[in-house]
Design a protein around this ligand. Structure first.
Ligand code: AMP
Length: 365
């Protein structure tokens, strides 16, 4: 099996694939990539390198990806040689916020009010649609809150647009969030869908901080989130693992983003579900039956960022000594503020207890 991208998601996919007896080739330009360390073969090359893509396609029965910024053209090229999932069209929609938002609106899925911005001239009409405050987001290559600016006035919107190099953007109305939730699912060739339980997500500075499962929302809202995620996957004709992130405002759901891959908010599945999201990715890619997504225990997942690597790094003792806690580290050689270095899952009798213990464990780091 092959994977484009060698970050932590690729690493956990590679571990799952090898656990099931498959051999894995990782394509990633970084010699120290987290997934490359786990792979049978690490092709250290650019994602557009024709020779490397040919090699990957020839060596693998099936190829997937772990990040949405993989060039759609590379997926098309690979598909000439082997099975590729998800398909290039789905990735092309998810990797560009303007395509994504337009697709969602055209297909009747609620989003925050938005406007597409291609030039400064679009900002005034855009602000009239979204109101203020609003968030200007670059259409491509933004992640974890990067390439986003909160704007209160026309002047601020113009300044942010210029700062982003006048590249295509999406302007979004600022939503008063009650909560954020997400759904990870897998959809196979036959259109069969397996949905994981709904996660409730807390972000810090635009980066996921904590996920708790089951989400503390009414059953009807959780059901609606799963139905919407299933509908989105169905309408996209999606094959593979994907995540849908939602805002909850005034008790209603709005779709924030689609991720064409496993998702950080699905890391809880590693320790709390019968099948985890990475095994599910292997299963879909290989045409195997989808695994059981049942939740075995309430859980809180906490991200560990590079910010904690000052003064010799985190103190793991308390975390490792606790029977309810599981630590996952990604093998990254250098820590930087905001960089995802690992996460831990806390299992407990209910989500409140798990959340409380998670905060305590974080404090002990
Ligand atoms: P994104 O990269 O678009 O998922 O944004 C990162 C985080 O910023 C989200 O998870 C929210 O916490 C916050 N955010 C993004 N867009 C909005 C919005 N339109 N209104 C309120 N908060 C937002």
């Amino acid at each position: 099996m092959g994977i484009l991208g060698g970050g932590q998601l690729g690493r956990m996919f590679t571990i799952a694939a090898r656990t099931m007896g498959y051999k894995v080739v990782v394509l990633d330009p970084d010699f120290a990539s987290p997934a490359g360390q786990m792979a049978d073969v690490h092709l250290q090359a650019d994602y557009t390198d024709h020779g490397a893509l040919r090699q990957l396609g020839a060596a693998c029965a099936a190829v997937t990806t772990e990040f949405e910024n993989v060039p759609a053209a590379s997926l098309i090229e690979l598909a000439k040689h082997c099975r590729v999932s998800p398909g290039a069209q789905c990735v092309a929609i998810a990797q560009d916020r303007s395509h994504e938002k337009s697709w969602l609106a055209q297909n009747g899925f609620a989003t925050a009010p938005f406007a597409l911005v291609y030039s400064e001239g679009d900002l005034d009409a855009g602000l009239a649609d979204t109101g203020t405050p609003a968030i200007l987001k670059v259409a491509r290559f933004g992640y974890d809150g990067k390439g986003q600016a909160r704007v209160n006035t026309r002047e601020e919107a113009r300044a942010a647009f210029r700062e982003f190099g006048e590249q295509p953007c999406v302007l979004e109305g600022f939503v008063k969030l009650e909560r954020e939730v997400s759904v990870v699912l897998a959809r196979d060739d036959a259109g069969e869908c397996a949905l994981f339980p709904v996660a409730e997500n807390r972000h810090e500075n635009g980066i996921l901080d904590v996920s708790i499962v089951p989400a503390r929302v009414p059953d009807s809202l959780a059901r609606q989130a799963r139905d919407m995620a299933r509908d989105i996957a169905g309408k996209l004709g999606y094959v593979g693992v994907m995540a849908v992130e939602f805002f909850v405002a005034d008790g209603r759901l709005m779709v924030n983003e689609i991720a064409p891959r496993p998702h950080n908010s699905g890391h809880y599945t590693l320790d709390a579900c019968v099948t985890d999201q990475f095994e599910q990715q292997v299963r879909v890619l290989c045409g195997l039956p989808l695994g059981d997504t049942r939740l075995l225990s309430p859980v809180a997942m906490v991200n560990i960022l590079g910010d904690r690597w000052h003064d010799g790094g985190p103190h793991w003792d308390a975390l490792l000594a606790h029977p309810n806690v599981k630590l996952h580290l990604y093998g990254k050689e250098t820590a930087r503020p905001g960089r995802k270095m690992g996460h831990f899952n806390v299992l407990d009798a209910d989500v409140e207890a798990a959340l409380q213990l998670a905060e305590q464990m974080r404090g002990a780091l």
